[in-house]
Design a protein around this ligand. Structure first.
Ligand code: OAK
Length: 837
């Protein structure tokens, strides 16, 4: 028998308090962190101190898994997914990390023993809103699922100092406030001062001959800045696997430009410093490209260059020669924002690692895969050749060469078809020459996918038709998903408990298909009653919050009819407004027999420069002001606008919704993910056959889904045969009277012009065919009301929506990517034995 080593036992003792999962260990570590990191003791700690101590206590436990994962991935040379995304809409970390560590209850009890309320601590967290909407939130769900599915991964992006603006509503208008999320410190990130890369801009290129006499190019940038890594651990659920989110912050390469300093230009030198830092300062608050915004192009190149250099560094440090780069890494382009990575990897291999064009292209092309997230023409990124040339002269040469070789291939395949060559070129000619980033992404990737079945078909049939004819095998579909940990377990603990109780296990959290076991109980009176009680309690919670945040009283007995998403005309929030106005008029005219009491609830931000979207927000609030203050109608209907819809507030909304509005014009919404979040919280959907609605309806059953409106094909047909919204306006008396009521000034204190841009646009242009779908929508809403009156039927439908939603877990999406696109297998991290003590 060996004698115990006193140092060893001290070490494991320390490890137990620092990383142990028991209540006692959490309590001790929390107090230590409060003392040693925040410099406080319990009696004088502010709520923010308490949150920080709780976050550090949680982070200690994450780090343990993370460091162990990193060690295993490094030594085993595990194939790794690099997710490249300009946006990560992460939402608050603490609650999700507690769930994934399996210590929510222990933390709650530890808190209670210290006289602290865990929920109050959770409320303190300021969420990192480093994204605009669907695309950024998907990236965040995918990071969590990658860890849960045990796939080695690194998420690369930008550490914006200011994320998406905070939205306030003033006089019914959206007002943007800066999101200063780093103000009080970010306990989840670990700065990595040693992981820094230089990124160049501008300048010129030079040709020279290398030792072997081969012609080579050297880029001499005019400006060089640094990118420094900040790492956030992302732990999976029920696993010891943790991955890494690596975000880059821009900084000046040295604190002074000494040359400028020596010549006395002190301010010039400091100014250069400040300029460098602007690159990662702020997220562009638009889900469409910023035409001609130089800083945006700089941002994209900045994070892509740092990420590619980091991947090469990792490869050289672990595996070795770059020939095997594409075996070690697969890089997923989250839309075209990181598509410059194709040119950057080529540059690094060609110019810095002196490889041949053929070998560089072979590696590059085998490394990248690309996901398209929109078909809207205005959202397709292009950069003017002149701006591109000024900022990235070497990359322009590379893009030209990729294009020259690619177009030769097209010409060989389609002899004499110059129109096709013109369409497929990476450069749009005619007018100002522009680089088509989507074409660069397709040419540079070995796999391309859309995000829902319909969308992926439309990608092949419309946007990338020529490419799908050339390379049919390159095109895939992976329908989006969302993480049930955040959007069920954390957002809706009552529902999660009821599901667990009914199914007799909580395995559904990891294998969402298993919620299907609820179906066996769908006729249990007890379950129906409990289900209703859970929904009712969530509605009460939301009502309480809305009263305080928006000053609107909501009746939890009424139907909560919710539309929460970015404001965009194609999403048709104004179609819902027309429905509200119709209900209002019916009640005023004494025709309320078909109605049920409803709360119309909206949430979402508009891009600050998107006038029409902001006007729709104003209209909602204007209608709300009239409706909510009219005693003749406000017992029937209420209108509420949730200010600052973000991840945290979304978590209040999804559990409370009875009805989820997914009413975009068919063919326009690539997938939607809010539709999944609502449905997995028991809301029924009213929706068009658009994006993932199609598959949700198939999954939950047509009889449990309120379908209306034209199909994508019908919409296209109508558009092509000359859509005249005016005819709908003229021929449907109710529609006419709803629009006329807006124009009458009733909702604008007599101002008959305020909403004219909106109503005129609807009547004369209506690009998203609101008027064509109006009647079908109203009819369908009538069915909704009738169904809601039959409470047991509605509840049954709600249960079936949840029971059949399993396919829409982001774990399923990640497994599909892993198997069909990335060709990567899970790597299990064995938890070290003492971690459970
Ligand atoms: C943002 C900027 C450029 C291109 C697309 C987007 C975007 O957010 N698209 C959204 O992506 C989501 C995730 O795939 C989809 O669910 C939404 O339908 C789509 O609009």
């Amino acid at each position: 028998m060996s004698t115990p080593n006193p140092t060893e036992s001290l070490d494991s003792e320390r490890e137990r308090t620092r990383t142990g999962l028991s209540k006692a260990a959490l309590k001790q570590d929390f107090l230590d962190n409060l003392f040693y990191i925040q410099g406080r003791f319990r009696e004088v700690a502010t709520p923010h101190d308490l949150y920080m101590a709780a976050a550090f206590t949680t982070r200690d436990r994450l780090l343990k898994h993370w460091v162990e994962s990193a060690q295993v991935f490094k030594t085993s040379h595990a194939r790794t997914v690099c997710y490249l995304s300009a946006e990560y809409l992460l939402g608050p970390h603490l609650a999700c990390n507690l769930v994934n560590l399996g210590i929510t209850e222990a933390a709650r009890e530890a808190g209670e023993e210290l006289g602290l309320d865990l929920d109050a601590i959770l409320e303190e967290e300021e969420e990192p809103g480093l994204g605009n909407g669907g695309l950024g939130r998907l990236a965040a769900c995918f990071m969590e699922s990658l860890s849960t599915c045990r796939i080695p991964a690194i998420g690369y992006g930008i550490r914006y100092e200011f994320g998406i603006f905070d939205q306030a509503i003033e006089d019914g208008w959206q007002v943007e406030k800066t999101d200063n999320w780093l103000r009080n410190g970010n306990p989840w990130e670990i700065p990595r001062p040693k992981i820094r890369f230089s990124v160049g801009y501008g300048g010129y290129t030079e040709s020279y001959r290398d030792d072997t006499g081969r012609s080579r190019v050297c880029w001499r940038p005019a400006q060089v800045i640094n990118g420094m890594a900040y790492d956030t651990p992302i732990l999976g659920y029920g696993t010891a696997n943790a991955n890494l989110l690596r975000l880059w912050k821009a900084e000046a390469p040295t604190s002074f430009d000494f040359q400028a300093f020596n010549t006395g230009d002190y301010y010039g030198a400091v100014y250069a410093n400040i300029q460098a830092e602007t690159i990662s300062k702020v997220l562009y608050p638009n889900d469409e490209p910023e035409a001609g915004k130089e800083l945006r192009l700089k941002q994209q190149y900045f994070f892509v260059s740092c990420s590619m250099q980091d991947m090469i560094r990792l490869h050289l440090n672990t595996v070795g020669p770059l020939e095997s780069f594409a075996d070690k890494f697969v890089a997923q382009l989250n839309d075209t924002h990181p598509a410059l990575a194709v040119a950057e990897l080529m540059r690094l291999l060609l110019d810095e690692h002196v490889m041949s064009w053929e070998q560089s292209w072979d590696i590059t092309h085998r490394t990248f895969c690309y996901t398209n997230h929109t078909l809207l023409p205005e959202a397709l990124e292009t950069w003017s050749v002149s701006l591109f040339e000024r900022l990235l002269p070497r990359h322009l040469e590379i893009v030209y060469e990729i294009n020259r070789r690619f177009l030769d291939e097209v010409r060989m395949r389609f002899l004499g078809d110059e129109a096709r060559v013109w369409r497929m070129s990476l450069i749009a000619e005619g007018g100002e020459r522009r680089i088509r980033m989507a074409n660069l992404a397709v040419v540079g990737s070995r796999a391309v996918n859309g995000v829902a079945e319909l969308h992926s078909e439309l990608v092949k049939a419309t946007l990338f038709k020529d490419f799908a004819e050339l390379w049919p095998e390159r095109f895939h579909n992976v329908t989006n998903g969302v993480t049930p940990r955040r959007f069920m377990v954390v957002a809706n603990p009552r529902l999660a408990q009821l599901i667990t109780k009914t199914c007799g296990h909580d395995d559904w959290i990891l294998d969402l298909e298993r919620v299907r076991e609820l179906e066996a109980h769908v006729d249990d009176a007890g379950l129906l009653e409990d289900w209703r009680a859970v929904k009712r309690a969530a509605k009460q919670d939301l009502a309480t919050w809305m009263q305080q945040a928006a000053g609107v009283r909501l009746d939890p007995e009424s139907l909560f009819d919710v539309q929460a998403k970015r404001f965009h005309e194609y999403k048709r929030q104004h179609l819902k407004v027309l429905h509200i106005i119709r209900c209002y008029q019916r009640i005023k005219q004494g025709q309320s027999q078909d109605l049920v009491p409803r709360a119309f609830i909206f949430g979402g931000k508009a891009a600050p420069g998107y006038f029409m979207a902001k006007l729709i927000i104003k209209l909602i609030n204007a209608v709300g002001e009239v409706v909510n203050n009219d005693p003749q109608v406000n017992g029937w209907i209420r209108v509420a606008f949730m200010p600052d819809f973000n991840v945290k507030n979304g978590q209040r909304l999804y559990p409370a919704a009875d009805l989820s509005e997914q009413i975009s014009l068919a063919g326009k919404e690539a997938s939607g993910t809010g539709n999944m979040k609502f449905s997995m919280n028991g809301a029924l959907t009213i929706g068009t056959l658009d994006g993932a609605n199609v598959e949700i309806r198939e999954a939950v059953g047509a009889e449990n889904f309120f379908l209306f409106g034209m199909t994508a094909e019908e919409a296209l047909q109508r558009q092509m045969s000359g859509y005249r919204p005016w005819e709908f306006y003229q021929s449907d008396a109710e529609l006419k009277s709803d629009i006329d009521l807006i124009n009458s000034g009733l909702f604008s204190h007599g101002d008959t012009q305020l909403f004219r841009p909106l109503t005129d646009n609807l009547v004369n242009h209506d690009p998203f065919m609101v008027l064509a779908d109006y009647r079908a929508y109203l009819d369908c809403q009538k069915t909704v009301s009738e169904t809601y009156r039959d409470t047991p039927r509605w509840t049954r439908m709600s249960i079936l929506n949840v029971a059949r939603i399993g396919r829409f877990s982001s774990d399923r999406a990640i497994r599909e990517y892993a198997e069909h696109i990335w060709k990567v297998t899970p790597k299990r991290i064995e938890p070290a034995h003492h971690s459970q003590s």
